[in-house]
Design a protein around this ligand. Structure first.
Ligand code: AMP
Length: 387
């Protein structure tokens, strides 16, 4: 096994995908490949076997779907690609992605999973398909009924391999793979790499390259991130709005400037929300007092500048709000990590003005995953949101 050290190209065009795929990616509104995509797509296009160590949310589905569609374009209508997944939900989800990315092509994608009637799936399979997404058990039912033949199968994907093994699918996987031509491309995706998954990879993959994302600067996993698109002049109003919600008990707000911090405090105080600022223009006594009051729960909101963040160590913060997008991706990870360590379920929200979209994208690239966007009606600046 080798580990990929490819420098990530920054555009989908640079990855060499067919025009029909570039169009679909544009339709989806993706500006750049995620790290797993930038690393895996060129390898899959070359026909290499790949092990992708990546969790859901990293863009891993497109990382295998896009190059598979590229490979299948213009070929005969035969079952040429098979994706095995652990659950019906994931099967349906991968099917959605496949169908979406293949929308400007003639490819036919069918999903099969248990718990529903065999008949309609049987008819869909017999009409002719290029790609099947399946849970192992139900696929075997169809194999036994000769609804699927693997003679022309070129690509096999084992998605969420660790979960499939956890769920006891090893015998079914073995049975399925035994019927697939040896000369094929095999891709394995897994969030973790326990010995059983390694054994599976050794058995079914040929000289695989490992691509891995999310290790280097992984943000604390208990934190749920979200980005709120909002025009700069509406940020204060959005903050007030969010603070009305339940659970916003102790909120640390970061601003880029001292002036900005003071302004936020004034806005909050006007609304009757107890808040204090902490920044370099405050005396040490004032800063200590603000921190103490925040820790004792006497004030709900502490507003700090970027400069102040490193010294802060506060237990029990319920939320961190980046009023301005941090200027350095590392600051984002560092800052968000603070709530993750301190509170079991800290949430981290980032307010993103139109001129901060590029910065958020950079942070997402470093994180190795997109941050979900939350649109608050009346505040979102509209469809220009980076998603
Ligand atoms: P996945 O890790 O495959 O479950 O994908 C997680 C989410 O990321 C999905 O909702 C995708 O639509 C989205 N996504 C995938 N690729 C990109 C990209 N290059 N840029 C932005 N979002 C993406």
């Amino acid at each position: 096994m080798s580990t990929s050290t490819i420098e990530a190209p920054t555009t989908f065009e640079a990855l060499g995908l067919a025009p029909a795929l570039l169009e679909a990616v544009r339709d989806a509104g993706y500006a750049h490949p995620t790290p797993i995509q930038a690393q895996a797509i060129p390898l899959v296009l070359k026909g290499r076997d790949v092990i992708g160590l990546a969790q859901t949310g990293t863009g891993k589905t497109a990382a295998f779907t896009l190059p598979i569609i590229h490979r299948l374009l213009g070929g005969p209508r035969r079952l040429r690609a098979l994706v095995l997944t652990p659950t019906r939900e994931l099967t349906a989800q991968v099917k959605e992605s496949f169908a979406g990315y293949a929308r400007h092509t003639e490819l036919r994608v069918v999903d099969v999973f248990g718990g529903v009637a065999l008949g309609p799936q049987e008819q869909a399979l017999r009409r002719g398909v290029d790609v099947v997404i399946a849970t192992p058990g139900r696929l075997i039912d169809h194999m036994e009924r000769q609804n699927v033949v693997f003679d022309d199968l070129e690509v096999l994907v084992l998605d969420e391999a660790d979960r499939m093994l956890d769920m006891g699918f090893a015998p079914q996987i073995n049975r399925i793979v035994a019927e697939i031509p040896r000369y094929r491309q095999t891709l394995l995706f897994s969030a973790t790499m326990p010995p059983e998954v390694e054994a599976l990879a050794r058995k079914y993959l040929r000289r695989p390259t490992v691509v891995q994302v999310g290790r280097r600067t992984e943000a604390a996993s208990t934190v749920s991130h979200a980005v709120y698109p909002v025009p700069r002049e509406r940020k204060g109003a959005l903050l007030v709005e969010l603070l009305k919600r339940e659970g916003m008990d102790s909120v640390l707000v970061f601003t880029r400037t001292k002036h900005g911090a003071d302004k936020v405090v004034r806005t909050l105080q006007r609304e009757g929300i107890e808040a204090l600022a902490m920044h370099a223009d405050k005396t040490q006594a004032q800063r200590t007092e603000a921190l103490e009051k925040f820790k004792r729960g006497e004030i709900r909101v502490l507003v700090a500048t970027d400069i102040a963040q490193r010294g802060l160590d506060i237990a029990g913060i319920s939320h961190v709000i980046n009023y301005d997008v941090p200027g350095q991706p590392e600051d984002y990870v560092h800052r968000i990590g603070r709530t993750g360590r301190a509170a079991a379920t800290g949430d981290a929200f980032t307010f993103m003005a139109p001129d901060e979209i590029a910065m958020v994208r950079l942070i997402e690239r470093v994180l190795g995953q997109p941050i979900p966007r939350i649109s608050v009606p009346g505040y979102d600046f509209g469809t220009v949101a980076a998603d």
